[in-house]
Design a binder for this molecule. Structure first.
Ligand code: ZN
Ligand code: ZN
Length: 445
């Protein structure tokens, strides 16, 4: 995952836009980058007043935020059952005026903070799970669990959301409505958000959630920068396995066999051709065959060959189309070779689609909080996936990235998320805390 190139492009676009606005006589603020960095652009004066001190409050909580993050980092857990992580979350929420419930089928935690006045319900989400990697960062608080590491930064998400819950609890009088805090296990391929939706997280406050927001940390963007994108931001993530059945025999006499190897090889080519011939060139999609396996030695034609891979798309129609093409092509190429093919598709996450209104609002809030210099618009989506997509299929909202590239490293050179050497700059956490809180405060104004 790398945002830097997009970021630079967007900087250039911003400059062009700013200067062209200036030439047509628009506001002075929009002409001068230095001014906007030191004097954040605030579209609504009332918003500015309500958020006064928010970043300072988040910074004051930094020792607590970091302590929780490091506690989780030392004790990472995988999948849907994360009892230690759940216990840590329950402990930090215990002294807050938040109604807490835990999941039935997973170790999820849902908190509800009721404002002093009635109003809508906003959901803030943090995922909780780690990855099966052996940490090699050398940090003092490195994982103490063999083969498990918080390499996607979900420990930081939990810590930021817990501190945001503290900030919002102290500002309860300013809230007209409720906040649902969604602490979610099993994001890394386990569909944890789906379980929480099935258990009613969107109705946890007694009124349906109307707006949802999530942050994801990345070492691939400048520390403290928030990165937004309207529309699709992450891809659908389906995987496939194709088993080609032939008839084995002696390597010297292929005419007496039905060789599955050339059939499998033709499938690889045919699938790539389908991608360019069947999908609109302006609709990005990826189909990668990432594993191909057949045979045991040089003089045996095997009975079977197997292909595995992944399909990534940015809209659900193309996703359905490519799933169908894959099955059709593999089955028919197999027939052309006298083989058969069995296609197994594993349904991954849907496309993560950000609501334009929510995204624009979050972006403006971030600008008001942090100054224009720390807010980026991503030119392109990323073809990774996210199960917050399930939430965004149900309610409008937005998913944003928060940069946490370590000091002294360029974002392009930083070990990326999912690397066992990835490090995140903890000073960015206060930014995330204040952004979570600002989003809720603005929704429940
Ligand atoms: Zn991840
Ligand atoms: Zn992640």
């Amino acid at each position: 995952m790398c945002l830097t190139r997009n970021t630079l492009i967007r900087h250039a676009e911003d400059l062009v836009e700013r200067f062209s606005l200036g030439r047509t006589g628009c506001s002075i603020n929009s002409m001068n980058a230095a001014d906007t960095a030191s004097q954040p652009v605030v579209t609504e004066p009332a918003t500015e007043a309500r958020f006064t001190g928010l970043l300072g409050e988040a910074k004051a909580l930094q020792p607590k935020t970091v302590a929780l993050r490091r506690r989780l980092h030392k004790n990472p857990e995988l999948g849907l059952q994360l009892p230690e992580t759940q216990a840590a979350i329950l402990a930090v929420l215990a002294d807050l005026p938040i109604e807490v419930t835990t999941g039935d089928s997973t170790t999820s935690v849902v908190g509800v903070l009721r404002g002093s006045k009635p109003g809508p319900t906003v959901l803030l989400r943090a995922d909780m799970d780690a990855l099966p990697l052996t940490e090699e960062t050398g940090v003092q608080f490195a994982s103490q669990v063999d083969g498990v590491m918080h390499a996607c930064g979900h420990d930081t998400h939990v810590a930021m959301l817990a501190s945001a819950a503290r900030v919002l609890s102290a500002r309860r009088d300013a809230l007209a409505g409720s906040v649902v805090f969604m602490f979610q296990p099993g994001e890394e391929g386990h569909h944890g958000a789906r379980y929480m939706l099935d258990e009613g997280v969107l109705d946890a406050a007694g009124a349906r959630v109307t707006d949802a927001f999530a942050l994801h940390i990345t070492s691939g963007a400048e520390s403290g920068t928030l990165c937004f994108r309207s529309g699709p931001i992450l891809a659908s993530t389906d995987d496939f396995r194709v088993t080609v059945q032939g008839k084995g025999g002696h390597g010297s006499a292929p005419h007496r066999t039905v060789d599955p190897v050339p059939a499998a090889a033709d499938m690889v080519g045919a699938l790539q051709t389908a991608l360019t011939r069947r999908v609109d060139a302006f609709d990005p999609a990826v189909l990668s065959v990432t594993k191909i396996a057949a045979g045991t030695t040089t003089n045996i034609i095997p009975e079977t060959a197997e292909l595995q891979g992944t399909i990534r798309t940015l809209n659900e129609e193309t996703r359905a189309q490519l799933r169908a093409e894959l099955t059709r092509i593999c089955e028919h190429v197999a027939i052309a070779h006298g083989c058969t093919a069995q296609v197994n598709l594993t349904t991954g996450y849907p496309v993560t689609v950000n609501d334009p209104g929510a995204t624009d609002r979050a972006s403006r809030l971030a600008t008001g909080l942090l100054g224009e210099r720390h807010v980026e618009q991503m030119a392109d989506p990323i073809l990774g996936g996210e199960d917050f997509s399930y939430v965004l299929q149900e309610v409008p909202g937005t998913f944003a990235f928060i940069g946490a590239c370590p000091p002294g490293v360029q974002p392009d050179d930083a070990a990326p998320n999912h690397s066992n050497r990835v490090c995140f700059d903890e000073s960015a956490l206060a930014t995330g805390v204040s952004m979570y809180a600002a989003y809720a405060l603005d929704t429940l104004r």
